[in-house]
Every structure is written in structure tokens, then in C-alpha cells.
Ligand binder design. Structure first.
Ligand code: NAP
Length: 305
């Protein structure tokens, strides 16, 4: 494959950055991959395992001369990192990010992007519950969507090149408007995560069922909840704080439907339950037909290989 960017800088060296570095290297998409993480510990691990070609001591140093800079930090840290790298960006470079929320990230990052630098936000719909510099793997993005969310007036050539990078790493790409992205993700990822967190919390609080019983008898449904609820607390705190409106809208609808189902159970309305479950079964079939199912049901996250 052809080199798309001579130098790529990854800021944040966790699951997503690590997987990108390995996937880019495997496909020969980048000349050099430079990385930076906040803590000396993560930088040291990244050096030890050869996560990227070079690890820089500061974010500003990492982006010097880079043709592509990808912000791979939690959503709440994007603005601060953008402020730090802004003055060091090379004219003509592209800045992107992988944040799970788009409108808030665009608002936080765009003011720090200098004239002559392209800003093309993106979001790979792939992940696991693991985090940190050792958690990445080259196959994470294979067959997974990456949504490109170009800001108004974004340069078409810069967008197309970033799409080619994600396709080269194995992703399917689509373009989406930021607010629509945040609503779609509230339905497909953010609300389901909150429900999983809640369900695991409920099981933990339920004194009449012991922890060992929950673990011993957890059938697939609950086991999947526990895996999702093991996701990084900082990342998910930031997702909810930054996709507040869409998440609250979906949770409002969810609560209404849950109350309706609760009522149907209480009054013995089997028809309501059956009709509801028949409808949801059809949705599941649609997901399988779209090829976005995995062996381990995990809300569309990537399968670890
Ligand atoms: P991760 O494994 O926890 O890694 C986060 C990295 O960001 C770490 O290297 C961390 O450095 C660095 N960092 C944290 N706070 C920082 C700060 N204030 N300033 C500078 N660096 C900071 O996270 P991840 O799963 O790769 O997620 C990264 C981004 O991808 C997030 O925006 C997330 O929303 C998005 N995303 C995640 C998934 C997923 O399922 N995990 C999927 C798609 C998109 P230290 O190690 O030194 O603390």
C-alpha cells in the first residue's frame, strides 16, 4: 500500500492510538509514527513495546513536522491538547480526532486550529473494554465503520486522504453531520453503556443475590453487561458529560418504553410483550444482515482476535 502521510503524530497512546499505530504500520500507510502520552509511565511502556517509531516528551514536540495529527485522548481533554499543539502545527497538515462525541469536540478543538491547517474529525466505531498502551491490536478496525464528520468548509482532498487512511486500516467509511452523529451514537452506544453500567450496579446492590451467584450463574446477557461496564471510567464520564442532550433524549424515550413494559408485566398484558419482542427481534435480524454482528454480542464493539 502507498504511504498516505509521511509523518503521523498520535496524541494519547491508549487502545485506539495503539491500534492505529499497529494497523498503519502493518499496511505501510505512514512513513513515521510519532506518539505522545500525558504520563511518563505510558510513554515508557510505549517505548518498551515499540508502539510507535518515536515517543515525544510533549504534545507540541510530537506534532512538529507531522502531516497528520490524531487526537486520541478522552473527549474532555481534547480542547486542552488542541490548545497545546495549535502553535506547533505544520501549515497544510490535517488534524483529526477519534472522540466518541463530535459536536463538543469540534467546539473545543476548532478554535485552536490555525489558518492553513485542515480539521477533519472522525470516530471509529470499534473498541473493547480494555484501555492503555498495551491494549491495542492491528485488527481492531477491520470491517468496522469509521464515521468522518467534516467541519463546514473542510478541504475535500484532506477529507478524502483521511478516508483512505481509515480504509487502509480495514474500516468502512461514511460521512455524517456532527449533531446527527451524536444522536445516532446516543442510541447505538452511549445509552446502552449507561444501561449496562446500571444493570451491573443493580446486581451489586441486590443483597438477596450474592456476588458469587451473580458471577457463577451469569448467562450471556449479564456477562456482556459486565464486560461493557468494565470500560474505562474516564472515557465514559467524558462521553456522557459531552453528549448530554442526545443521551438524555434517548434515556427519556427508554424510560417511557420501560414503564410501558413494566405495566404490561404487572397487568399481565402478554400481547403487548409479545408484539414488542417480535419487533425487536426483527431489528436484530437487520443488524446481522448488515454484517455488524459479532460472535460475542457486545453492542457493536470489535471482537478481540
Ligand atoms: P485509553 O486507552 O484510556 O487512552 C487514553 C490516552 O489518552 C492515554 O494515553 C492517556 O495518557 C491519554 N490522556 C488521558 N487524559 C489526558 C489528558 N488530559 N491530556 C493528555 N493525554 C491524556 O483511551 P482510548 O480507549 O484509546 O480512547 C481514546 C479516545 O478514543 C477517546 O476520546 C474515546 O472517546 C475514543 N474512542 C474510544 C473507543 C473505545 O471503545 N475505547 C472507541 C472509539 C473511540 P496516560 O496513559 O498517560 O494517562
Amino acid at each position: 500500500m502507498t504511504v498516505l502521510y509521511e509523518r503521523v503524530a498520535l496524541i494519547g497512546l491508549g487502545l485506539i492510538a495503539g491500534s492505529m499505530a499497529l494497523a498503519m504500520k502493518r499496511a505501510g500507510l505512514a512513513g513515521e509514527v510519532v506518539g505522545h502520552a500525558r504520563s511518563a509511565e505510558t510513554r515508557q511502556v510505549a517505548r518498551e513495546i515499540g508502539l510507535c517509531d518515536r515517543v515525544a516528551e510533549s504534545a507540541a514536540e510530537a506534532v512538529e513536522g507531522a502531516d497528520l495529527v490524531v487526537l486520541c485522548v478522552p473527549v474532555g481533554a481534547m480542547g486542552q491538547v488542541a490548545a497545546e499543539i495549535g502553535p506547533a502545527l505544520k501549515p497544510g497538515a490535517t488534524v483529526s480526532d477519534v472522540g466518541s462525541v463530535k459536536r463538543a469536540v469540534i467546539s473545543a478543538v476548532a478554535p485552536h486550529i490555525p489558518e492553513g491547517v485542515h480539521f477533519v474529525p472522525a470516530h471509529p466505531l470499534a473498541g473493547t473494554e480494555h484501555s492503555g498502551p498495551r491494549s491495542g491490536f492491528a485488527e481492531l478496525f477491520e470491517g468496522r465503520w469509521c464515521l468522518i464528520v467534516p467541519a463546514e468548509g473542510s478541504d475535500e482532498a484532506a477529507i478524502a486522504r483521511l478516508e483512505a487512511l481509515w480504509q487502509g486500516m480495514g474500516s468502512l467509511t461514511d460521512r455524517m453531520e456532527a449533531d446527527h452523529h451524536d444522536l445516532v451514537l446516543a442510541v447505538t452506544s452511549h445509552a446502552p453503556h449507561l444501561i449496562a453500567y446500571t444493570m451491573v450496579g443493580v446486581a451489586d446492590d441486590l443483597g438477596r443475590v450474592t456476588d458469587s451467584e451473580v458471577i457463577k450463574y451469569s448467562a450471556a446477557g449479564f456477562r456482556d453487561f459486565t464486560r461493557i461496564a468494565a470500560s474505562d471510567p474516564t472515557m465514559w464520564r467524558d462521553v456522557f458529560l459531552n453528549n448530554k442532550d442526545a443521551t438524555l433524549e434517548i434515556l427519556g424515550r427508554f424510560t417511557e418504553e420501560l414503564f410501558a413494559l413494566q405495566r404490561a408485566i404487572r397487568i399481565g398484558d402478554g400481547d403487548h410483550l409479545h408484539a414488542y419482542f417480535t419487533r425487536t427481534r426483527a431489528i436484530r435480524r437487520g443488524i446481522i444482515e448488515a454484517g455488524q454482528d459479532t460472535d460475542a454480542p457486545d453492542f457493536g464493539r470489535g471482537k478481540r482476535v
